[in-house]
Write a protein that binds this ligand. Structure first.
Ligand code: FMN
Ligand code: SAM
Length: 415
C-alpha cells in the first residue's frame, strides 16, 4: 500500500498558495493511489525545535548515557525519520521567505539527516516540492538567482541519495495579494525601454556625416542610445572597437550594401531630451529599466546591465522636456562647427500622428541632420519599405536607408 508524507510550512493558514497547491497534489495522489495513506505535518502549527547541541549530539551517545534533553531530542528525530522512511512519496510545500526556505522547514530538514538512517539511502523515494513566492524570479528578471530554495534543497537532497526531485512552482503571488503596490508602480512608471543595441542600427548612417558630430537624442530614456562610441560592434564578423572595453559588444547581422564604418565617428557633444529622464545612477530607475526587458531575453538583460555599468562610469546628460516644444532650445546649445544630429529610435509612436507632423515640421526648420529609427510609417514623409510593425526603418532626413529589427540585431541596407 502506498504512503504519502505531506508537509506544509506556510505561516499562513488562510490564502496560502503553497498549502493550496500541496492539498491539490495530495488529493490527486490519493485519487491515483486507491487505499493509499497519508501522514500530514504542519510545520507552522507544530514547529520542530531548531537543532541544538543536545539534539545534534544525542545520536553519538549510547541510549543509556543520554541526558533527558538528549533522549527527548533523539526520540523526536527518530519519529521524523520514521515518517520519511515509511513514505513512498514525500510532498514538501515551501513558501519563499527572505530568499530562502522558512526556518521551520530548515529545522525539520536538519532533523532528518542521519548518517545511520537517511544519508545516501532515500533514492527509492519520490520527492515532490511545491513552492510559492511573492515576486518574479524567471531567467532574465532582475531577481533571477535570488531564490535559494531550489538550489539548496536539490543539493541537500543529493546527500540523501535523491537526484530527481520534482519542483512545482507558483510565483508572483503578491501581485494578487498586494494589488495596491502593483497599481502604485503602474501609476508612477511608463514604458521607457532603453535598448543600447539600437546604436548598431544608427551608427553606419551616423559615420557617413561630416565630423565632428553633436548629438541630440530625442526620447533618450536613460541615455544608453547616446553612447555610440562607448560600445564595440560586430557586424556579421566586422569589428569596430569602442572606447570602453567593458561596455558591451553590439552584434548586428547585416545584409545589403551597409556602409560599415572604418572608424568610430568623433562625437564632441551629446545631450538627451526626454519627458522623464531615467538616471543610470539610481538603483530604482535601473531596476525599472531591467524590468522592461522581457523575462526570457537573457542576452538583452546582460547587454543592458553591461551598458548601464558603462553609463554609470560617465553618466550622460539628459534634459527633462517635451519633444513637441523643447527641441529648438536644446539644439541651440550645440557647439558651433559641429554637424548637429537629431536622432531618435522607437519614440515617435508615443505621440499622435498630428503631433508627429508638428515635430517633423520643427526638425525641418532647424539646421540639423535628422536620423530616425522608427516603425514603418511613423516618421512623417518617410517611405515605407516594410509593413512589418516589428521592424524599424532607418531614415536620414525622412529618406529610408535601411530596415532593421526593433532591437537592433539585424540591419538590411536598401540597395
Ligand atoms: C516573512 C516573509 C518573507 C517573504 N520574503 C519573500 C521574498 O524574499 N521574496 C518573495 O518573492 N516573496 C517573499 N514573501 C512573499 C511570499 O513568498 C508569498 O506571499 C508566498 O505566496 C508565500 O507562500 P504561501 O502563499 O504559501 O503563504 C515573503 C513573505 C513573508 C511572510
Ligand atoms: C521606448 S523609449 C526609447 C528609448 C531609446 N530611444 C531607445 O531606443 O532605447 C521611448 C522614450 O521616449 C520618451 N518620450 C515619449 N514621449 C515623449 C515626448 N513627448 N517628449 C520627450 N520624450 C518622450 C519616453 O519617456 C521614453 O523614455
Amino acid at each position: 500500500m502506498s504512503h504519502l508524507l505531506h508537509i506544509d510550512s506556510s505561516l499562513r493558514t488562510e490564502g496560502s498558495r503553497s498549502r493550496r497547491l500541496s492539498a491539490h497534489f495530495a488529493a490527486r495522489w490519493l485519487a491515483a493511489h486507491p487505499g493509499g495513506t497519508v501522514t500530514y505535518r504542519d510545520l507552522a502549527a507544530d514547529p520542530i525545535p531548531h537543532l541544538d547541541h543536545a539534539a545534534f549530539s544525542a545520536g553519538f551517545v549510547p541510549a543509556a548515557d543520554r541526558t533527558p534533553e538528549q533522549a527527548t531530542a533523539f526520540a523526536l528525530g527518530s519519529q521524523l525519520i520514521d515518517e520519511v522512511l515509511a513514505a513512498d512519496t514525500i510532498l514538501l510545500a515551501m513558501p519563499l521567505y527572505n530568499f530562502g526556505p522558512p526556518s521551520t522547514f530548515k529545522a525539520w530538514f536538519d532533523r532528518i539527516v542521519s548518517h545511520e538512517r537517511t544519508v545516501g539511502q532515500l533514492g527509492d523515494k519520490e520527492f515532490v516540492v511545491v513552492t510559492a513566492r511573492g515576486g518574479g524570479y524567471q531567467p532574465g528578471s532582475p531577481r533571477h538567482g535570488w531564490d535559494h530554495r531550489e538550489p539548496w534543497l536539490r543539493h541537500a537532497l543529493t546527500t540523501l541519495g535523491v537526484s530527481d526531485a520534482t519542483f512545482i512552482d507558483t510565483e508572483l503571488t503578491l501581485a494578487r495579494e498586494s494589488p495596491a503596490e502593483l497599481a502604485a508602480v503602474m501609476r508612477a512608471r511608463r514604458t521607457q525601454t532603453n535598448e543600447p543595441a539600437r546604436c548598431a542600427v544608427l551608427l553606419p548612417a551616423l559615420a557617413q556625416l561630416p565630423e565632428p558630430l553633436a548629438l541630440v537624442d530625442v526620447g533618450a530614456s536613460a541615455g544608453l542610445t547616446m553612447l555610440f562610441d562607448r560600445y564595440s560592434y560586430d557586424y556579421s564578423g566586422y569589428r569596430l572597437d569602442g572606447a570602453d572595453p567593458d561596455a558591451p559588444t553590439l552584434r548586428c547581422r547585416v545584409s545589403g550594401p551597409v556602409p560599415l564604418p572604418s572608424k568610430m565617428p568623433a562625437i564632441v557633444w551629446r545631450i538627451g531630451l526626454d519627458l522623464n529622464p531615467l538616471d543610470v545612477t539610481s538603483d530604482d530607475d535601473v531596476r525599472w529599466l531591467t524590468c522592461l526587458v522581457w523575462p526570457d531575453e537573457e542576452d538583452r538583460a546582460q547587454r543592458l546591465a553591461a551598458a548601464i555599468a558603462s553609463a554609470r562610469r560617465a553618466p550622460p546628460t539628459i534634459i527633462k522636456g517635451d519633444l513637441l516644444t523643447d527641441l529648438p532650445a536644446v539644439v541651440a546649445r550645440a557647439p558651433a562647427g559641429a554637424t548637429v544630429v537629431v536622432c531618435h529610435g522607437t519614440v515617435l509612436y508615443y505621440v499622435t500622428p498630428a503631433e508627429r507632423e508638428q515635430f517633423a515640421d520643427t526638425v525641418r526648420g532647424l539646421d540639423v541632420t535628422w536620423l530616425t529609427s522608427e516603425a514603418p510609417g511613423v516618421v512623417p514623409g518617410t517611405d515605407r519599405p516594410s509593413r512589418d510593425e516589428q521592424m524599424t526603418v532607418l531614415a536620414r532626413d525622412g529618406r529610408a536607408l535601411a530596415v532593421a529589427d526593433s532591437h537592433g540585431t539585424h540591419l538590411d541596407w536598401l540597395g
